[in-house]
Design a protein around this ligand. Structure first.
Ligand code: PMP
Length: 401
């Protein structure tokens, strides 16, 4: 007799089938038929406002970015068919790393094929046997998976609790290697980390610090480097990890650092070595976008205006939100269960608005969320339209009075 290895998924399959049998659409089966701009797409033949992308700075359709990608596609072809350490480093990968070094003002930059792989690679490689990784309980899956791939001991602290971080670091052997892993913005609730206090505590215990700025790059801090820059702790963060799949508007991941031995990672970091490098067109779009983000003050200001307006409007309507005020470009609407979340999600979609649903295990403490993420290219009118849709769909589904 063969034991079906898929039987472990039966619970999830049954739960999904029961939900879809109520007649709702599958929130995880959306197809964009055509993308019209950073803020609009055709879904099921209907023009829909996008409020569930990570296109924070609206760079996906930037004419210079698109032109750079086309040029690289013509000149260098569709792909590298190789690892960065063999035949897969083109001039464009170096230019992309140069753009990152300039953006972050660091000596070193390494580009990975995704942000997920950047976390996987950095965390599993620099924290080894006998070392400790101390991470926030609400860390992104790529951080947890980086821990699983490596051999270090893993210690979790309560989400955003400086006191708990201090307590747990204090229990570790003084001489042991320690890596504290933090995120600037936590993407489920859209809250930011108290980095100033956390960095002070980590330093007190002699730990190195890695900060994931996936959701902070582009619009926090004087140069748009992230929450760590705004918190004034740039000199104390050892490694900043980021992605090209959000503000940069394409795909890829990176780590920047001033560590004098950083370049050895190109030889020892398995998720860098044992995978193909990014296509030339992708690194060309990324480099162009990163350079443009250095001068994107107006876009940043408009993104913040949009986030604050949406947060205030939703709160005034009676929605329960993930944060008291808009802390980032992510605004999480908290629902009671999956049925309510999907009902509101579908109501919004039918009205012409796409948002993301999120459920455990991605969310903290079993929460069901509709996650809204704003774009610098959303116009004031679009934000008002979005609020109107939330008002009618919220009333129709009984989520708000
Ligand atoms: N870190 C965080 C905090 C993220 O939210 C994400 C993606 N959602 C990643 C890393 C991975 O980025 P990528 O999409 O480039 O794999």
């Amino acid at each position: 007799m063969t034991t079906d290895l898929f039987s472990k998924f039966d619970g999830l399959i049954n739960e999904r089938e029961a939900l879809l049998a109520t007649g709702v659409r599958d929130p995880y089966g959306i197809v964009m038929d055509k993308v019209l701009s950073p803020t609009e797409a055709l879904i099921n033949g209907r023009k829909t406002i996008l409020l569930g992308t990570y296109n924070y700075m609206g760079m996906t359709f930037d004419p210079d970015v698109v032109a750079a990608g086309k040029r690289a596609l013509d000149e260098f072809g569709a792909g590298t068919t190789g690892s960065r350490v063999l035949n897969g480093t083109y001039q464009g990968h170096k230019e992309c790393e140069d753009a990152l070094k300039e953006f972050y003002g660091t000596k070193h930059a390494i580009v990975f094929s995704t942000g997920y792989q950047a976390n996987l690679g950095m965390i599993s490689t620099i924290a080894g046997k006998g070392d400790y990784i101390i991470l926030d309980a609400d860390s992104h899956a790529s951080i947890y998976d980086g821990c699983s791939l490596g051999n270090a001991e893993v210690v979790r602290f309560r989400h955003n609790s400086v006191e708990d971080l201090d307590k747990r670091l204090g229990r570790l052997p003084v001489e042991a290697g320690k890596l504290v892993v933090l995120e600037g913005v936590y993407s489920m609730m859209g809250d930011i980390a108290p980095l100033k206090e956390m960095v002070a505590v980590a330093k007190k215990h002699g730990a190195m610090i890695l900060c994931d700025e996936a959701h902070g790059m582009g619009f926090f801090g004087e140069h748009g480097r992230g929450v760590f820059e705004e918190a004034g702790v740039s000199d104390d963060i050892d490694f900043v990890v980021g992605t090209f799949s959000k503000s940069v508007g394409t795909v890829g991941g990176f780590c920047v650092s001033n560590h004098p031995k950083f370049e050895v990672l190109r030889l020892v970091c398995r998720p860098y070595v044992f995978t193909a490098s990014l296509p030339p067109s992708v690194v060309a779009t990324a480099a162009t976008s990163i350079r443009k983000l250095m001068h994107a003050g107006d876009k940043r200001a408009h993104l913040w205006k949009n986030s604050r307006r949406l947060h205030q409007g939703l709160r005034d309507m009676g929605y329960k939100l993930g944060t008291e005020t808009a802390q980032s470009a992510i605004i999480a609407v908290i629902l009671t269960d999956m049925a309510q979340a999907v009902a509101l999600w579908q109501g919004l979609l039918e009205a012409g608005l796409y948002v993301n649903t999120a459920r455990p295990p991605a969310t903290p403490t079993g929460m069901f969320l509709l996650r809204c993420s704003l774009c610098a290219e959303h116009s004031d009118e679009q934000v008002e339209q979005i609020l109107g849709m939330f008002e009618s769909a919220g009333r129709a589904t009984g989520v708000i009075p």
